[in-house]
Design a protein around this ligand. Structure first.
Ligand code: IVH
Length: 682
């Protein structure tokens, strides 16, 4: 219950915020979504602004919260690690308000020129200060309360992206430089970690941010072995004997040149219009980014102007964080339904009170499996936390602690498939419940078709779920190969199917027949065979028959294929009806060039060779060149050493070219590289 009296409410909010701040910052185990915390925080700020006499020095609004855990050694920051003011107005007005404030504080008039800003992503991880003395990483510390953090050097040293020694010749290394940035976890690394946890029946992690933050503050760095962390630098701490460039953007360039990762989605923009455009551009690509961001950050670019603007209560006046809609929200769990997937797996799906999260309205979210649902302790009627980030399907990550008004029975899996009535089974020791109906089950048939037609599989445009429902429910298709016997007449007879769209689908089916072995293998929907494994199989074996006839031992020789995957592939191709499906698909005209398996067919002209790329090549991008070199068996390294075989130099090649000359490493241009790739000699 919330109290009406502002003084009492402020005290209540302070206690609540303190509790949640401790859960979040110290224990890395929040009970409520960040957005809910922000709401409470803002409510307290509003009360304190209206009635300043209610403000107390220990209010959470007055300091950066975070305690030093017993066990990690405290580190006093020589330059405090500040926090930034947050602009929670997620519309363009947020950017305009910041620019207006900066101009006012600098006493600029309308006639004065636009201010130059450095605009960056706001990474959602944990702030870290890296201290380099004479180019060597001597200490890494968390922010803590801004004055005193914790020494986490032992863990930070395990992050491959963070150089233990700065790049460049020793005489260019400042006696002291502190580089600040964010340790975070990529979404794919996070998904992989949770996938592994699920396979083992272990506890899954809530989100990449908490996982990264928790990992960094472990006492024992071995706990990081299964968690791949990443880092982006975004600023400077203490520095001595270093001439800092005149702008923030140039400072980041210099930091990047020292070998630290600096995100490339940053820009120098002019005035509020530039900020708004940046905010919108990044919003459009937010879901496609490989990591979570919770907003963007704007910084006045000129260091001299930053100095003039200064600070208010530990927040610089020259920077602001401009938020995007939160990726986690609370909502009511109204019910739980069962969805039957391609492999017959029964997934409990949460039916939610619709909630706006991560930029869209979500009313369904996965609960993954019975065990995870039980571990999270969610029951119908609970308030739950929903997360939606990127292209990942929305999921329920936990429940908000609170009393239930009435007894709610624990959710149980049905004994019979809700779609086809077949018996539901669970493998001994397994986690997943499955419908035993196989292709008799309409749900499995539909999902198998959708998977087969998917963009990354056979890429049959226009074959979506509505059409698949009709095809299966109408009894037009029972097996995958029957897709290719559909013909114009049958299709055009379907509901809501005009002649024109039927013709389009027929053309798409025809087009899909020319594919690649990797796509075909993936499209078959073999359990445990995702896109990456399908590519590895195609590359390793080169021909379908070789994959179909491979023994478990032979399969184990493939990159990243372990016993479970190998057995699953073997089992699939041992079943006569699966072999028949493959034969019928081939008979329908599906084909590919059987020379994808370079291991078998093409020679590897760059096997065992290490190359370094520098400068801009006339036609190839960095990534393209890298891909070609790797496909030819070569390795691409970031720095030149005596072990480098070739340096490929383009226009504006820098210190790497000098180094190559110094060490006598052969230097190639793009034409020479292409000749090498084709098997010639340099
Ligand atoms: S600048 C004086 N830039 O956001 C300015 N911070 O309170 C200091 N963050 O936890 C911070 N991305 O770790 C800055 N591009 C970015 C950032 C960023 C994420 C985090 C930072 C801190 C919070 C700011």
């Amino acid at each position: 219950m919330t109290s009406k009296d502002p003084a009492a409410r402020a005290a209540e909010l302070r206690a609540t915020l303190q509790h949640h701040a401790h859960r979040y910052y110290v224990l890395d185990a929040p009970e409520i979504p960040d957005a809910e915390y922000d709401r409470l925080f803002q409510e307290l700020q509003a009360i304190e602004a209206a009635q300043p006499e209610l403000l107390t020095p220990d209010s959470p609004t007055q300091r950066v919260i975070g305690e030093v855990l017993p066990g990690l050694v405290p580190v006093k920051h020589t330059v405090p690690m500040l926090s930034i003011r947050t602009e929670t107005d997620t519309t363009a007005a947020g950017a305009e308000a910041f620019d207006a404030r900066v101009r006012r504080e600098l006493e600029l008039g309308e006639a004065d020129a636009a201010i130059e800003y450095a605009a960056e992503l706001k990474f959602d991880g944990l702030a870290i200060n890296l201290r380099y003395e004479a180019g060597v990483l001597v200490q890494a510390a968390t922010r803590g309360d801004g004055e005193t953090g914790e020494d986490v050097t032992h863990n930070i040293r395990t992050i491959g992206q963070i150089p233990l020694r700065l790049l460049g010749p020793a005489n260019t290394h400042p006696p002291l430089i502190e580089i600040r940035g964010e340790v975070y976890m990529r979404r794919d690394d996070f998904e992989r970690l949770n996938e592994r946890q699920r396979e083992r029946g272990g506890k899954t992690f809530i989100n990449p941010r908490n996982t990264a933050a928790g990992a960094v503050r472990q006492l024992d760095s071995r706990a990081l072995a299964d968690k791949k962390l990443s880092f982006f630098a975004y600023g400077l701490g203490d520095a001595q004997g270093w001439a800092q460039p005149a702008t923030h953007s140039a400072t980041l360039d210099a930091i990047a040149a020292f070998g630290l990762p600096v995100n490339r989605e940053r820009a120098v923009v002019a005035g509020s219009a530039g900020l708004v455009a940046f905010h919108q551009r990044i919003a459009a690509m937010r879901d496609a980014l490989p990591f979570d961001i919770d907003g963007v950050v704007y910084k006045v670019n000129e260091v001299a102007l930053q100095k003039r603007l200064g600070f208010v209560s530990r927040e610089p006046r020259w920077a602001v964080a401009h938020k995007y809609p939160a990726q986690e929200q609370m909502t009511l769990l109204r019910g739980i339904e069962i969805q039957v997937g391609r492999t017959g797996k029964l997934t409990p799906v949460a039916k939610l009170e619709p909630v706006f999260v991560g930029g869209t309205t979500v009313s369904n979210a996965t609960l993954h499996n019975l065990f995870e649902l039980r571990r999270k302790g969610v029951r119908i009627g609970d308030t739950v936390i929903v997360r939606r980030a990127g292209d990942v399907i929305p999921e329920v990550v936990g429940r908000v602690p609170g009393e239930r008004r009435a007894y709610v029975p624990n959710f149980r899996m049905p004994r019979e498939c809700p779609v086809c009535g077949s018996r539901v089974q669970r493998e001994k020791g397994g986690i997943d419940h499955r419908c035993s109906g196989g292709l008799f089950c309409a749900a499995q048939r539909k999902q198998a078709l959708l998977h087969f037609a998917g963009r990354r599989a056979m890429d049959i445009e226009g074959l979506g779920d509505k059409l698949v429902d009709q095809l299966v429910d109408g009894g037009l298709i029972r097996t995958l190969p029957e897709l290719y016997t559909l013909g114009l007449a049958k299709l055009a007879a379907l509901d809501r199917m005009a002649e024109k769209s039927a013709a389009k689908l027929v053309a798409a089916l025809e087009k899909s027949k020319h594919t690649t072995l990797a796509r075909f293998l993936y499209a078959l929907g073999i359990r445990q065979v995702g896109e990456a494994t399908a590519k590895d199989l195609a590359k390793h074996f080169g021909a379908l028959d070789r994959v179909m006839d491979a023994s478990v031992e032979q399969l184990l020789e493939v990159n990243d294929v372990g016993p479970i995957v190998a057995q699953s592939i073997r089992t699939f191709f041992e079943q006569p009806h699966n072999r028949e499906v493959v034969e019928q698909l081939r008979a329908a005209g599906i084909g590919w060039d059987e020379h994808e398996g370079e291991d078998y067919t093409s020679p590897k002209p760059l096997a065992g060779k290490t190359l370094v790329l520098t400068g801009t090549l006339p036609t190839l991008s960095r990534d393209e060149a890298k891909e070609l070199i790797e496909a030819a068996g070569g390795k691409v390294s970031g720095s030149v050493s005596k072990k480098t075989h070739f340096v490929v130099a383009g226009e504006e090649a820098g210190s790497k070219l000098d180094k190559a000359r110094e060490l006598g490493v052969p230097v190639l241009d793009e034409a020479a590289l292409r000749a090498l790739l084709e098997g010639g000699t340099a």
